[in-house]
Design a protein around this ligand. Structure first.
Ligand code: 5GP
Length: 175
């Protein structure tokens, strides 16, 4: 699809960032391009159009930018999932795996009510550690995780598969 290749072309690749041997996919160039940003949000929203989604859960920090726009389009609420220590009210917390080591993410305990339908949004899925952690956290407080969407999938890293094995329907735009 023509416009999806335009979307892919709007993403900048930075070699050896943050470490030698890693190619970082920089979406600031997509966000700064009006056509690409609109198209990305439209494409992320498309599978859920006409469905009642209670909350969009966005992962810090690029998931906030995309997730906020998706929430607006779907008339849903927005819930930030943050690195530990940033949220002021009572939280639930979960450890999740990074490429090297572990970290913790958290959300407000009262941000989602049991049974509410939630879509996860982030810019990119790699190993899936972040999205799997967020899914478990949301389920822990009784949310129904009805889907997850990402602009970029890095299929060789297997994250999409891991998330699908948890029963989450995954939607991505470019590989
Ligand atoms: P995962 O947990 O799936 O291994 O990594 C995905 C998380 O790390 C996402 O929150 C994503 O924003 C970030 N991330 C990892 N690699 C990249 C990259 O190359 N580009 C961008 N934009 N984000 C990345």
């Amino acid at each position: 699809n023509n416009t999806l290749s335009e979307l892919a072309a709007s993403i900048r690749s930075i070699p050896d960032y943050p470490k030698p041997g890693i190619i970082f996919r920089d979406i600031t160039t997509l966000l700064g391009n009006p056509r690409a940003f609109r198209r990305a949000v439209d494409e992320l929203v498309q599978p859920y159009a006409g469905t009642k989604i209670d909350k969009i859960a966005g992962m810090e920090a690029r998931g906030f930018i995309l997730g906020g726009a998706v929430a607006h389009q779907l008339s849903s609420g927005f819930v930030p999932i943050r690195k530990k220590g940033k949220l002021p009210h009572e939280t639930v917390r979960i450890a999740y795996s990074l490429e090297y080591g572990v970290d913790e993410m958290e959300m407000h305990r009262d941000a989602v009510q049991p049974g509410e339908k939630v879509i996860l949004v982030d810019d990119l899925i790699a190993t899936g550690g972040t999205a799997v952690g967020a899914t478990k956290l949301l389920r822990q407080i009784g949310a129904e995780v009805v889907g997850a969407c990402f602009v970029i999938d890095l299929p060789d890293l297997g994250g999409r598969k891991k998330l699908e094995e948890l029963g989450v329907v995954v939607h991505t735009l470019v590989e």
